[in-house]
Write a protein of this length. Structure first.
Length: 625
């Protein structure tokens, strides 16, 4: 009997081993598929070949002939399609599930590609063998159909769970005296979310015999290591695979098994990739399309913070980066929350001076024990979000903001209205004074702000670059101040398109989201009966004589702010259901530029947040209880 072997890589194929400790026909995957029908189970095993597929490697490609079906005995596969030259992940196939059945039954070619997400063991049944099985056992087709139907019915229910990180490979850039302590702390922190196994080469040898970790995948046709590792993944919420600092067979196995790869290095060391990471960057590890990579920079005793992170990021393709003092539990716990999908994101809206209420919201969250793991904001929310990312306490935020916005003098450097009513130089200097030379990527708490790119007509998300510069772009109200120009493109206030970027936060994190909004849904109003703009002299006379403002009409500042925010406030309403908790301090009675009321606004935000948190059923989940 000739088995199909036309794969892009060469999976290890072998007949089913008669001396296996477990009778292949009694495998749980086969029992789940065919129940007590031993004759069908044994016929399936007899006709099928065993396939050992290394993690990250293709089983078949979109457009290949649909000439085999597969049953996953151990491991996990990813189905993806290539559309317009770009890959799009469709679903995952786990232990006990079928792969390729529909295409085999219907004929033709594969409608998608399949790769192993970790080292996997499969049973492969060719079309001829399938036809023979169904011919001799017609009822087997009905059982296969039921298995397919069950698999499809459970796909949606299990979708979110399958997106979880289960296996983590810790890949050292070079030898580090702090690595072992970091991994111990990480395992301890992850254990807060469920049973966690930490496994290195010595640990595998201790469990399965000396020299096991040194075996290459499929060596001698063996799959016992794959089966044992799969069993551990079924028993634990997390498995941490601690790779060697050199490119050993164990390091390769750790990478192939990973849902997420942590590239760990001392921040003060050479940023050039080490041996194992260089292997990853060349895509020899096969994980570039299955396991996301994140950079962890160790800062023992806070050392190395003065060195910019950009040289590290320029050498790598990573989803994100983290600064961790391995002796500081709070740092490691934050990383663990990211890996567990429990990192808390804080989103702050725009709204001019009313955004001072966000400081009170932060104070209430801290008192309630809610960690802030990443923060983003628009316009005024960007300036306060940046302060959160810098690690300032609410009291420090109040003092520094009061000094920057009130005590340093007026920000109103009036100008000829060519680019805006104000020149914007004082505003620019204020932000530089407040944030110095910080860059967004150097902040210990991940931060983003958004602005509106007028040149392209879309929202710009800023996660790197000068902190003061991009906060300024996010706060540049069209017509009030000058826009920001960058590489020929024009940027203005992010509130024009999105006043509360919860959607951006959701793209960056799967954890809980808390949003604080001071965006007023109703814009400025004129006094009833006013149908024209009062004359300038009339308004001056009324103010000098302190007469009642009976013919009030909104001024240019109110109109500019209202016009800038109306679309963004409306758009942000659609994103609010994405947040777990939305806080709404009532600050509508305050003006957009009433920064002198900073402390009063902070107090309003604090009271509103305390009341909302007291009534919120999910507070324990936010705190990680």
């Amino acid at each position: 009997m000739t088995k199909t072997t036309t794969q892009l890589v060469r999976p290890v194929r072998s007949p089913n081993a008669a001396g296996d400790a477990l009778d292949p026909a009694d495998h749980p995957a086969l029992r789940a598929l065919f129940g007590d029908d031993e004759a069908v189970r044994r016929r399936f095993v007899t006709e099928a070949s065993t396939v050992l597929l290394p993690g990250g490697h293709l089983l078949f490609s979109q457009g290949d002939p649909a000439d085999c079906l597969y049953l996953v005995l151990h491991g996990r596969l990813q189905v993806f399609r290539t559309v317009g030259g770009r890959e799009r992940a469709d679903t995952e196939i786990g232990t006990g599930e079928l792969c390729g059945t529909r295409a085999l039954v219907m004929g033709g070619t594969r409608t998608g590609s399949v790769r192993a997400m970790r080292d996997s063991e499969l049973l492969e049944l060719s079309r001829d063998d399938f036809d023979r099985l169904v011919g001799q056992h017609p009822h087997a087709m009905m059982q296969l159909a039921r298995g397919m139907a069950t698999q499809l019915a459970e796909a949606d229910r299990e979708h979110d769970a399958r997106g979880q990180i289960l296996t983590i490979a810790v890949v050292p850039n070079r030898v580090s005296p702090h690595l072992r302590g970091f991994v111990e702390q990480l395992a301890s922190s992850l254990a807060d979310f469920g049973p966690t196994l930490r496994l290195d080469a010595a640990g595998l040898d201790a469990r399965l015999g000396l020299g096991t970790a040194a075996m290459s995948f499929g060596e001698g046709g063996r799959s016992s290591i794959t089966r044992w590792l799969h069993a551990q993944e079924a028993l634990h919420r997390f498995v941490i695979y601690e790779a060697d600092d050199t490119l050993t067979p164990w390091s390769r196995r750790c990478i192939r098994q990973a849902d997420r790869v942590l590239l760990v290095a001392e921040r003060s060391s050479d940023p050039e990739p080490g041996e194992v990471e260089a292997y990853l960057q060349d895509d020899h590890g096969g994980t570039s399309l299955t396991a996301g990579r994140e950079l962890v920079l160790l800062e023992p005793d806070g050392g190395g913070q003065e060195r910019p992170v950009e040289p590290w990021l320029s050498h790598r393709r990573v989803l994100g980066h983290h600064f961790v003092d391995p002796e500081r539990r709070a740092d490691v716990s934050r990383l663990a929350r990211f890996l567990a999908g429990r990192a808390v994101g804080l989103v702050l809206s725009g709204g001019g001076a009313r955004c001072c209420a966000h400081v009170g919201v932060l104070r209430a969250l801290r008192e309630a024990g809610v960690p802030i793991d990443l923060v983003g904001g628009t316009s005024g929310g960007a300036i306060f979000g940046a302060q959160v990312a810098l690690g300032w306490s609410p009291q420090e935020m109040l003092e520094r903001s009061d000094e920057a916005l009130n005590q340093r003098g007026s920000l109103w450097d009036l100008s000829l209205p060519v680019h805006g009513l104000i020149e914007g130089r004082r505003f620019k200097d204020m932000l530089k004074h407040l944030f110095g030379g910080y860059r967004i990527e150097d902040l210990r708490t991940p931060f983003f702000c958004v602005s509106t790119n007028l040149s392209r007509g879309d929202l710009a998300v800023h996660r790197s670059g000068s902190l003061s510069r991009w906060v300024r772009a996010s706060m540049s109200v069209p017509g009030l101040g000058p826009p920001l120009f960058d590489d020929g493109e024009v940027y203005v206030d992010g509130s024009v398109l999105n006043n509360l970027p919860i959607d951006i936060m959701r793209e960056l994190s799967h954890g809980p989201i808390v949003a604080s909004t001071v965006g007023v849904h109703e814009g400025p109003r004129a006094a009833k009966g006013v149908d024209s703009v009062p004359t300038a002299m009339g308004q001056i006379r009324r103010r000098l004589l302190r007469q009642e403002d009976t013919d009030h009409a909104p001024g240019i500042i109110d109109v500019l702010f209202g016009a800038a925010m109306i679309s963004g406030v409306r758009a942000s309403r659609a994103f609010e259901p994405m947040a777990d908790l939305v806080l709404r301090p009532d600050v509508a009675s305050f003006g957009q530029l009433d920064f002198s009321a900073l402390r009063e606004l902070e107090a309003i935000g604090y009271r509103a947040a305390v009341e909302a948190l007291d009534a919120f059923d999910g507070l324990g989940a936010l705190r990680g209880d």
